[in-house]
Design a protein around this ligand. Structure first.
Ligand SMILES: Nc1ncnc2c1ncn2[C@@H]1O[C@H](COP(=O)(O)OP(=O)(O)OP(=O)(O)O)[C@@H](O)[C@H]1O
Ligand SMILES: [Mg+2]
Length: 328
């Protein structure tokens, strides 16, 4: 083992693992970890009833965390199901390290971790049994799998309840079991569809930290419509709307696009509707001195002060430019 570099995961948040540094089971010297590349070329998906959920969608992914952001019905789950080889594309190709996944899905499946949006559990199994069952399905060696499950139950903060039947778990606890099962095989491609839905704020922060720590030599794709989830973790953001790619850029680039066009001022609450008629409102907050409105506008509204853009502003702007072809 001397002289080799090893792939490890650092858990930043103390309570995930008593402040420790956990190693990912199944270490491989970095020299043996192949570089990974996922290419999506002109992918389209037509469901029955002639519904096109995706159209001419192209994206090239290298190691890092991609935040897939888009409104309800945009096509996020459809895309993820295609990438996870659950659904076939109606047109176009997806290649994993140069291999067409429709023709040879097994190379990708061996290194895939997937948390579906509608993740279900067997209610009569305990968390430990459920993870052991899935490890067996994935063909993992039983002894190594048990060690890995121990680590993962700590990582998702469920070690204390590992023996309890899953039927008695809360929604957020089940979601954390889902996160653990997606990490069982130390995946090179990790796809998580709305992973933070149902998590309380503390668990959401833990999950974000875990994702950042996990990246390295793997591709992580995280779908959400909660902009703050990707703000903290994503190295790249893909905005999707109506099945089309609206933008693919770094968070910094997206912020740059709205710089100088975000304004804030305080109005009486009776004026709010009138302001909404004129401006693209990105946020409102009721305070004791009135309503603090935040808008996207080329020209400064009267009495407004310029404010630093957030990713939420950039997201709203990109979507409205896509829909109307006009910037705020
Ligand atoms: N099995 C299906 N049959 C027919 N239409 C479908 C099917 N699954 C999805 N669709 C349609 O495809 C489009 C994209 O759906 P998809 O579930 O991929 O969106 P999404 O971005 O994941 O949305 P959400 O944020 O609500 O999860 C929607 O118009 C949806 O109604
Ligand atoms: Mg979805």
């Amino acid at each position: 083992m001397s002289g080799a570099h090893y792939v490890t995961v650092t858990i930043r948040h103390r309570s995930w693992n008593q402040g420790g540094r956990i190693s990912v089971w199944g270490f491989k010297p970095l020299s043996e970890v192949p570089r990974v590349k996922l290419s999506i070329e002109n992918v389209g998906k037509r469901y029955s009833g002639n519904v096109w959920a995706l159209r001419r969608f192209s994206l090239e992914l290298k190691p890092g965390v991609l935040g897939l952001l888009g409104p309800n019905g945009a096509g996020k789950t459809t895309l993820m199901n295609i990438l996870a080889t659950i659904t076939r594309a109606s047109e176009g190709t997806v290649t994993w390290n140069g291999v067409d996944v429709a023709k040879d899905p097994n190379a990708l499946r061996a290194v895939l971790g997937y948390l579906p949006q509608d993740f279900g559990v067997y209610p009569n199994l305990s968390a430990q049994e459920f993870l052991e069952y899935l490890a067996a399905v994935k063909g993992l060696d039983a002894t190594a799998a048990r060690r890995r499950i121990d680590q993962l139950l700590n990582v998702v903060n469920l070690a204390d309840v590992r023996g309890r039947p899953l039927g008695g778990f809360s929604g957020g606890m089940k979601q954390r079991v889902g996160i653990a099962q997606a990490l069982l095989n130390d995946p090179r491609l990790l796809i998580v569809d709305e992973p933070t839905a149902g998590l309380d704020p503390e668990e959401r922060v833990r999950f974000r930290n875990l994702l950042s720590d996990l990246s390295g030599e793997r591709i992580v794709i995280l779908s959400t419509h909660i902009v703050s989830d990707v703000e903290a973790t994503a190295t790249d953001i893909a905005l999707i709307s109506n099945g089309a790619l609206v933008a693919h850029a770094s968070p910094e680039d997206l912020l740059q696009r709205v710089d100088g066009r975000v304004w804030e001022w305080v109005i009486p609450s009776a004026d709010l509707n009138a302001v909404k008629q004129v401006y693209r409102v990105s946020n409102t907050a009721r305070r004791s001195d009135g309503v603090h409105v935040r808008v996207l506008s080329e020209e400064p509204p009267q009495g407004a002060r310029p404010v630093a853009p957030t990713l939420e502003d950039a997201y709203l702007d990109a979507l409205s430019v896509y829909r109307t072809g006009v910037a705020a």
